[in-house]
Design a protein around this ligand. Structure first.
Ligand code: 5AD
Length: 346
């Protein structure tokens, strides 16, 4: 019965909630699931791995998510902000290293007004007309998303974190609401962004049913990118005592997502690489086709700590890039210098 489930997904058929639960809980051979996911990924994207240069430009955040290391109430964080010039310098270096997508990610930091953010995006757009600009700035008003899109941004990452209302409230204090998160995601899509969503695997209080809800929500959203990585505790948060998400469950989720969304751009996340020495390679072999190395200046690397034991915080971008290339090749794939847009048809 479980082998049938993998074939069913491979054929583009839907599963029932109970069938998804069987797959998630390891009711079929992981090797078979991963092989099927890798097959679909190779049919869609060959052995290509797209690289995105991540620029973590601010660790100030007005939100207080219980799981996140840069939450507002974590007084032990040394806060920093990058200037427009510093961000552009990161892009310069990234471009030289072959990156054609820049991801600007930060906490929800009101210092970066719409005017300032649009100015930064326009400057990047002007200097790098052949690159994609991805934003990961959290929840904003629709008008702000529109202004940023007009300024030249192409993509937006906003994980929904969990599609279950009660679970969302366990992870986020008021005034954060799942409804707002979902509305933002649909607004971003309507504006014309390529949209990424996703969730943490093994976040506190998460059940198998919650993950099934996440899969269902993604079926309605139909995102271009899907970011999924294990939850990892951080000592400066109320969830410090909760254990990290498991490697095998994370890999199963990645493989199921690849089978459900053959064209999606799915990163093998830094979090996955942080819970296992070969986590990112294993993620690629389970269907992921993107990696997002860090382009932030070395001096701020350790300060953008959403979770503990994050990898690559002590390496220059160039060093990371070279090491990653070897790792990706050893796993049986090739890094490509390419804008790496989503494939819409197959
Ligand atoms: N462990 C793993 N991932 C985390 N994120 C935030 N805190 C943690 C953590 N402790 C993820 C969230 C967010 C993304 C930028 O990082 O899913 O959307």
């Amino acid at each position: 019965m479980s082998e049938g489930l993998v074939h069913k997904l491979e054929d583009g058929r839907d599963l029932s909630d109970a069938e998804f639960a069987v797959l998630l809980e390891g009711g079929c051979q992981d090797s078979e699931l991963f092989l099927a996911a890798d097959g679909v990924r190779r049919r869609m994207y060959g052995d290509k791995v797209y690289i995105r240069g991540l620029i973590e430009f601010s660790n100030y955040c007005k939100n207080n998510c219980y799981y996140c290391g840069i939450r507002r109430d974590n007084a032990s964080v040394t806060r920093y902000r990058l200037s427009k010039e510093e961000i552009l310098a990161c892009c310069d270096e990234g471009y030289r290293l072959g990156f054609r997508t820049f991801v600007l990610q930060g906490g929800e930091d009101p210092h970066y007004s719409d005017a300032l953010m649009c100015d930064i995006v326009s400057a990047i757009r002007q200097s790098f007309p052949d690159c994609a600009i991805t934003l990961s700035l959290g929840e904003k008003r629709k008008e702000s998303y529109e202004a940023l899109f007009s300024a030249g941004a192409n993509r937006y990452l906003l994980r929904h974190e969990t599609a279950d209302d009660a679970h969302y409230r366990l992870l986020h204090p008021a005034p954060m609401r799942l409804e707002n998160r979902k509305r933002s995601l649909f607004e971003l899509k309507a504006i014309g962004y390529q949209v990424g969503s996703g969730f943490m695997v093994g976040s506190p209080f998460q059940t198998t049913e919650d993950i099934v809800s996440d899969l269902r929500f993604l079926q309605t959203l139909k995102p271009d990118m899907i970011g999924v990585g294990p939850y990892i505790p951080h000592a400066g948060t109320p969830f410090s005592g909760h254990r990290a998400g498991a490697l095998d469950l994370t890999l199963r989720v990645l493989a199921i997502l690849r089978l459900m969304f053959p064209c999606a751009l799915i990163p093998s996340t830094t979090a996955l690489g942080s819970i296992h020495p070969e986590g990112r390679e294993l993620g690629l072999k389970a269907g992921a086709n993107v990696v997002m190395p860090n382009l932030s200046p070395l001096r701020v690397r350790t300060l953008y700590a959403l979770y503990e034991n994050k990898i690559c915080t002590d390496e220059e971008a160039a060093e990371s890039r070279a090491k990653l290339e070897r790792r990706v090749e050893n796993a049986g794939y090739q890094i490509v210098t390419d804008i790496g847009n989503v494939r819409k048809h197959f």
